[in-house]
Design a binder for this molecule. Sequence first.
Ligand code: SF4
Ligand code: SF4
Length: 79
Amino acid sequence: MRSRRHSTKYVSMDTSKCKACWACIDECKNGVFRKVNLPFHKHVAIANAENCNGCRRCIATCPNGVFEPIVRDRADTKL
Ligand code: SF4
Ligand code: SF4
């Protein structure tokens, strides 16, 4: 089943900022993204969230700030 989430375990995305340059699709080596490429509706979407390994290449690549790292709450990491 295809995931329609706007985040993986490691990155979230705001598709409204996407300019459909497709740079992140080339950059993500794990096939996480797919193109939504309709005449008036172009942006990247997450197709395979479970493939994301948190490499953050998409965050570094996107010129439009679409991606944000997901940082775990400190309460989760105490011990
Ligand atoms: S963090 Fe890496 S693996 Fe995950 S979506 Fe971005 S480029 Fe792909
Ligand atoms: S790099 Fe950014 S602007 Fe370009 S397609 Fe990916 S999310 Fe959209």
